[in-house]
Design a protein around this ligand. Structure first.
Ligand SMILES: NC(=O)c1ccc[n+]([C@@H]2O[C@H](COP(=O)([O-])OP(=O)(O)OC[C@H]3O[C@@H](n4cnc5c(N)ncnc54)[C@H](OP(=O)(O)O)[C@@H]3O)[C@@H](O)[C@H]2O)c1
Length: 314
């Protein structure tokens, strides 16, 4: 096929750069303003208001799973009008985020934070720690979102024998034993879930989807986890729910704002566990991003459908 001009903003480590150079040989690559203006393909992130300056653009592949800055009616209309394809990198982040959420679910169910806390005091209180531990078997898990991360987590949870429900924009048929609901059934699902795992994007309708009312609808003693976006949860209401004992524990990989200021209560609230937006991270992240781009580049060259196409109106 005719060589493409690829604009990239993405800084790669040496092994990933080597793979990128190999996979794009036969095409030209540049990082400058001029390169953007004549690019057929964009790989990385860019200011969405610059879209008009790229008159030849046919495909954008972003290096994140989240695409909130691009999700505007104007940007969607421009993609449609100019027939530009838009793909994201959800496929790279579903595995680490699902593993991260599962790790925290297991840590809380086996009361690892309680045991590690005892260790700092050279304390050996076996009885209470054993009594606080429980099994995931037959626990009710509610996944907020039924995208790449939630679907991978559901697969990982299958051997534990949990009962899984997932929320998406509209209810649909069950998939592999997972009941899929819309917002109209959310209250009932919150009432009986032992674990609520939030993997929602910041998108129309998700800002503070877990508001004070919905947090109060959670089953007493349930656990809440967020690997999606901080703004989808009313964080003050979550802290109140933990302080009152209504929610037994919560885990946030994403907060609002990021990072939380030093004086923020998220750092000090008992039974609130925080990681620094590291759920999607992994040592070969750059390499996997390039592999994913390269497999889509092969499909694009062959005129075949691209993997993880988003921002199509539905
Ligand atoms: N912590 C990290 O390091 C990290 C890493 C990667 C991603 N993330 C975050 O995780 C988010 C999810 O990633 P993903 O790859 O799983 O996304 P995805 O595949 O795009 O799935 C998003 C899911 O959210 C649902 N959804 C969107 N708006 C909704 C609404 N108003 N009400 C109910 N459900 C709604 C979608 O419903 P439909 O099925 O109906 O479309 C879809 O099931 C990303 O957007 C990003 O913000 C975090």
């Amino acid at each position: 096929m005719t060589p493409l001009h690829i604009w990239t903003s993405f800084g790669l480590d040496a092994p990933a750069q080597e793979l990128f150079d190999r996979e794009t040989s036969g095409h030209t690559v540049g990082r400058g303003e001029d390169d953007f203006a004549r690019a057929d393909v964009v790989f990385g992130q860019f200011d969405p208001s610059r879209l008009d300056s790229a008159s030849r653009l046919r495909w954008v592949h972003i290096t994140s799973a989240g695409y909130t800055p691009y999700d505007t009616p104007e940007f969607r209309a421009a993609l449609r009008e100019k027939k530009i394809l838009f793909t994201n990198s959800s496929h790279v982040y579903d595995e680490p985020c699902a593993q991260h959420a599962l790790a925290m679910m297991l840590a809380l169910s086996r009361d690892l934070p309680g045991c590690l806390d005892l260790q700092t005091r050279a304390d050996w209180q076996s009885g209470p720690r054993r009594a606080e531990s429980f099994l995931l078997r037959e626990q009710q898990v509610l996944l907020l979102g039924w995208g790449a991360i939630a679907q991978r987590l559901a697969q990982m949870l299958a051997p534990f024998g949990c009962r899984i429900t997932a929320l998406r924009r509209r209810a649909s048929a069950s998939e592999n034993g997972v009941r899929i609901i819309g917002l109209e059934e959310l209250e009932a699902a919150l009432n009986c879930a032992d674990h609520v795992v939030n993997a929602l994007p910041l998108a129309p309708g998700t800002e503070e989807l877990m508001n004070r009312t919905r947090l109060a609808q959670m089953k007493p003693g349930a656990r809440f986890y967020n690997v999606g976006r901080g703004k989808t949860v009313d964080q003050d209401a979550l802290i109140d729910a933990l302080n009152s004992g209504h929610i037994a524990a919560a885990y946030l990989d994403v907060t609002e704002p990021e990072p939380p200021p030093r004086e923020d209560a998220v750092w000090r609230t008992p039974n609130l566990f925080v990681t620094p937006h590291s759920a999607g991270g992994h040592s070969d992240e750059s390499l996997r991003l390039v592999r994913h781009f390269a497999s889509n580049l092969r499909a694009f060259e062959a005129g075949q459908p691209l993997h993880r196409q988003v921002l199509q109106d539905d």
